[in-house]
Ligand binder design. Sequence first.
Ligand code: ZN
Ligand code: ZN
Length: 315
Amino acid sequence: MITVTLLGSGGGMPMPQRFLSSLIIQYKGRKILVDCGEGTQVAMRKVNTGFKSIDIICITHIHGDHLFGLPGLLMTMGNSDRHSPVTIIGCEGISEVVKGLMSAISYLPFELNIIENPIIPLEIICSPDGLEVKEHGKSQVHEIIISTLELEHSSPCLGYGFHVIRKPKFSLEKATFYGVPKGIWGRLQNGEAVIYNHIKYEPSMVLGEKRKGIKISFITDTRPIKTISTFIQESDLFICEGTYGDNNDIEKAIKNKHMTFQEAAKLAKEGDVKELLLTHFSTAIGQPEDYRLNAQAVFNNTIIGVDGLTKTLSF
Ligand SMILES: [Zn+2]
Ligand SMILES: [Zn+2]
């Protein structure tokens, strides 16, 4: 089971009823934060997510509305008795920007690992210390894969894919065929190779057919480039920017490298996703709900994001 909470649905500047870009993914009591606009920690307090268990922070791009909340949040995490390392993943230039923001903080009780513009998907394991990023191919037991896509915005920008892996079925036939001792079935099914009575047993000796996991995609800020529909293909939840609700704002969307609701809905349709959640609304939009039909004319299963909206996804 995985829980996704939209912390902030605004773009540009924070508004009294709409915080800036931020999303929190909760898995086995641990957290991945995606974007950290100004006010993110206030938005987190409103929905009581807690700060200590954020292990990974993914930043889409270096525009203030997506990362000005970072130094404040890191300080609060430091004051929440956080000691294990935190990983920040981001686009080209993120290391330098984080270093600059950190100059305002005298001390953090935890280490920051920064991964700039990852080219290959990152494998995430869930250890007693929290979610840890492992080098590709180094871990058989990873539970989440984070992949990125280069977007088309006015500065380098990354879209993110979160694929929660579901364990393959347990195969009693295989376990019996290979004579695997019952006591190690669970460890093998969790992907661990086990040496028992001097014999090495591999996970493949008990694993049956593969099962579909959960796929969540997060795409903001960008024009609707072709590569997006492939990247988000068959997502269970596609969170996408809809900076402009009115179809007539297409010229503005092109000029400012953003999307209209309808453009996001076209991507959802092409990507054959289950559900579209729109976010990153322009400050000029009073009630994003007023433009819902513009998206639903193309993709019916569209939700208009509001701060604090939570979705739970299960296998
Ligand atoms: Zn933005
Ligand atoms: Zn931007």
